[in-house]
Design a protein around this ligand. Structure first.
Ligand code: ZN
Ligand code: ZN
Length: 257
């Protein structure tokens, strides 16, 4: 913990730098792990993509600072001033609320992402910001945080704001961040890791995995969601799955819906 007499700006700088480092490390470890697995299960998939991956890592490091700053400030306020509705004691919230809180966080993140993403596909904002993410053609496990700073801000503020309004246990918050990390990386890695019985189950048809997000990177004007296909289905922007990913996974083209 930081000394209590440390000037506030310096304390905020130290905490933000520390959280930035953690976010950057989380990115390198998670993307590195799935890139390593990709090299084993799909040898050569990233062959000749060294330059693209270096560019993705550079943008992602900048995104780490943009994610780390608001998270660091909120973390400091939680520790020193009791900000936020984050709880440590598991019994402080009813048992049934814990899974519900995870769902609420994911649903709000998904909603914010869907609409910000659609907004950033307008030609002007695509040119200024979102084009950076789509420079990865096709994406890799390293594309997960490859965003222009403007786009990174729209993603970085959601959870730090949500913790002020929606109570959540620290372990459930960790689960939300783990889901965000794993799905962010695996949805871009260029192959489907989930088995057919998950992707093509009645529940799977409402979830976004690599098969779904890859189609966004192939066609741009569809499949804008983050975790769930609800907004895409409601707004008529769901075009189904990437034929290439479905075929490569051996899931059968007839199942690409
Ligand atoms: Zn993407
Ligand atoms: Zn996009």
């Amino acid at each position: 913990m930081l000394p209590p007499d440390l000037p506030v700006p310096l304390a905020l700088l130290i905490v933000s730098c520390a959280v930035t480092l953690i976010v950057a490390l989380r990115y390198v470890l998670s993307s590195g792990l799935f890139a390593f697995i990709t090299a084993r299960v799909r040898p050569g998939l990233y062959a000749g993509r060294g330059q693209q991956i270096m560019r993705e890592v550079r943008w992602s490091m900048l995104s780490a600072a943009i994610y780390g700053t608001p998270a660091g400030i909120v973390l400091w306020g939680w520790q020193h001033h009791g900000w936020t509705m984050i709880t440590v004691d598991f019994a402080a919230l009813p048992w049934w609320y814990h899974p519900l809180s995870v769902l609420i966080y994911l649903a709000v993140q998904d909603t914010c992402f869907y609409w910000a993403h659609r907004w950033m596909h307008q030609p002007r904002w695509f040119r200024i910001a979102h084009g950076v993410h789509h420079q990865s053609r096709p994406p890799t496990a390293w594309t997960a945080m490859s965003f222009h700073p403007i786009e990174a801000v729209t993603g970085a503020v959601v959870v730090p704001l949500l913790v002020f309004f929606v109570p959540i246990n620290i372990a459930m918050l960790g689960l939300v961040l783990t889901v965000a990390t794993v799905m962010g990386v695996t949805n871009h890695m260029g192959w489907e890791m989930f088995p057919r019985w998950v992707v093509h189950s009645p529940l799977g048809k409402w979830l976004i995995t690599a098969s779904h997000h890859e189609r966004h990177h192939e066609e741009y004007g569809c499949n804008f969601g983050l975790y769930f296909r609800v907004w895409d289905r409601v707004c008529g922007t769901d075009k189904g799955l990437s034929q290439r990913i479905v075929a490569a996974a051996g899931h059968g083209c007839e199942a690409a819906v």
